[in-house]
Ligand binder design. Structure first.
Ligand SMILES: [Zn+2]
Ligand SMILES: [Zn+2]
Length: 335
C-alpha cells in the first residue's frame, strides 16, 4: 500500500451514510393528512420539495412498510440487553433537551458538527493522536507542506502520515487506550471491508458497542443503522430507534433528523417537529427544510420557525471559515 500524499485523503472521515436523507413525497402526504386534521393550509397548491431518491428514501420506504406504530411511541420499552442499557423511558426526558455544545477543532478552534458534513463541515480523525479536526485545517496544512515539498504529517501532533495498513494499526493501538473514536472508525473499516480489513459486520458491531459505551454518538448512530438494516445483528427496529435516540442525545444531527422521520411515519407530528427543530438549530439543513414544511402546514408556529431559522444560521456561521469552504468545494469537485 502506498503512503497517501494528501492529508485530506489520508485518514478516515466520519461515518458518512447512515440513511439520513431528504424526506420525500411520503412525508408531504403525511403533512397533507395532518393539515386536514389541524385545519391547516391545503397541500395542493404548496410547493413541496421532493427528495433525491436513493438509500435514504428506501429507508423511508422500509420504515413506513415495516415499522409498527409503537416503535417510537412506546416509551415503556424494557428490552434492556446485556450492556445494561436503560429503558427508553429512562432517557425520554433527555431526548428533547438541547444537544451538548459542539466540540471545537483543536487546530482552528472553530466548532464542528457531531456528524461530518453537517453545515458543510467535514471532519477527519487522526489515529496518531486521536484528535479529530476539520478538513479545512487538513487542507491548509497540506498546501503548506506541498510548498516545501515536505512529507505530510498530522496537523495536530506532527506525526508523519502512514499507509492505510499502518493507519488501521494505529486505530487498534488507540482502542487499547479506550479512545471512543478509534472504536468507531475501526468498526467502520470492518463494516465497509476497507483499510485492509475484510468485511465483518459482527466485528463492527462489537467495536461500535464499545465505542458507544465510551461515549461516541457516531458509534450509536452506526449501531442504529445496523439494527435498522440487519447488518451484523438481527434486524430490530426497536433497537434501531433506541440507538438513534442515544445518538441524538449525544448531539448527532443526522440521527436527530432520522428520529423526526420515524416519528412522522408513525403520525407523531408534534414529536417529529420537535426533533426537526432541534436538528435545524444544530445546523442541519435537512431538518431545517422539514421545519419549514411544518410551518407551511401549521405544525410549527411563525415564531418557532423564525427562531429556528436564526439559530440555524447562527450555528452555521459559527462553523464557517474560508478554509472550510475551500475544503468543501474541493470535495464537491472530486465527487
Ligand atoms: Zn480546523
Ligand atoms: Zn496526530
Amino acid at each position: 500500500m502506498s503512503t497517501s500524499g494528501d492529508i485530506s485523503n489520508s485518514s478516515t472521515t466520519e461515518c458518512g451514510d447512515i440513511g439520513g436523507g431528504d424526506n420525500d413525497e411520503k412525508m408531504s402526504t403525511s403533512y397533507e393528512q395532518k393539515s386536514k386534521i389541524s385545519g391547516g393550509e391545503s397541500s395542493s397548491s404548496l410547493d413541496i420539495d421532493t427528495g433525491s431518491s436513493g438509500k435514504a428514501v428506501s429507508d423511508i420506504d422500509i420504515i413506513s412498510e415495516q415499522l409498527s406504530d409503537s416503535i417510537i411511541a412506546d416509551n415503556t420499552n424494557t428490552n434492556a440487553d446485556s450492556v445494561g442499557k436503560k429503558s427508553i423511558s429512562d432517557f425520554e426526558e433527555l431526548l428533547f433537551r438541547d444537544p451538548p455544545p459542539n466540540e471545537d477543532c483543536p487546530v482552528c478552534m472553530q466548532p464542528m458538527p457531531y456528524h461530518s458534513g453537517v453545515g458543510g463541515v467535514e471532519k477527519i480523525y487522526m489515529a496518531c493522536c486521536g484528535k479529530t479536526f476539520c478538513r479545512g485545517c487538513s487542507l491548509a496544512e497540506s498546501k503548506e507542506m506541498k510548498k516545501g515539498s515536505m512529507k505530510p504529517w498530522c496537523s495536530f501532533c506532527r506525526v508523519p502520515l502512514c499507509s492505510e495498513k499502518e493507519t488501521v494499526e494505529r486505530y487498534e493501538r488507540r482502542t487499547s487506550v479506550d479512545d471512543a473514536n478509534a472504536f468507531y472508525h475501526l468498526g467502520y473499516a470492518y463494516s465497509n471491508g476497507n483499510w485492509g480489513k475484510r468485511q465483518n459486520h459482527m466485528k463492527a458491531i462489537e467495536l461500535w458497542k464499545r465505542g458507544a459505551e465510551l461515549g461516541s454518538c457516531n458509534a450509536n448512530a452506526c449501531l442504529a443503522y445496523a439494527y435498522m438494516h440487519g447488518e451484523g445483528v438481527e434486524e430490530d427496529h426497536n433497537e434501531a430507534a433506541y440507538y438513534y435516540k442515544l445518538a441524538a442525545i449525544g448531539g448527532h444531527e443526522v440521527a436527530r433528523h432520522i428520529l423526526g422521520i420515524l416519528e412522522e411515519v408513525n403520525g407523531n407530528f408534534d414529536r417529529a417537529m420537535k426533533h426537526y427543530i432541534i436538528g435545524a438549530r444544530s445546523g442541519d439543513d435537512k431538518s431545517l427544510k422539514e421545519t419549514g414544511k411544518g410551518y407551511k402546514y401549521g405544525l410549527v408556529t411563525k415564531d418557532e420557525y423564525a427562531s429556528t431559522l436564526r439559530a440555524h444560521k447562527e450555528c452555521q456561521d459559527r462553523m464557517k471559515s474560508a478554509q472550510r469552504e475551500e475544503a468543501a468545494n474541493l470535495k464537491r469537485t472530486r465527487n
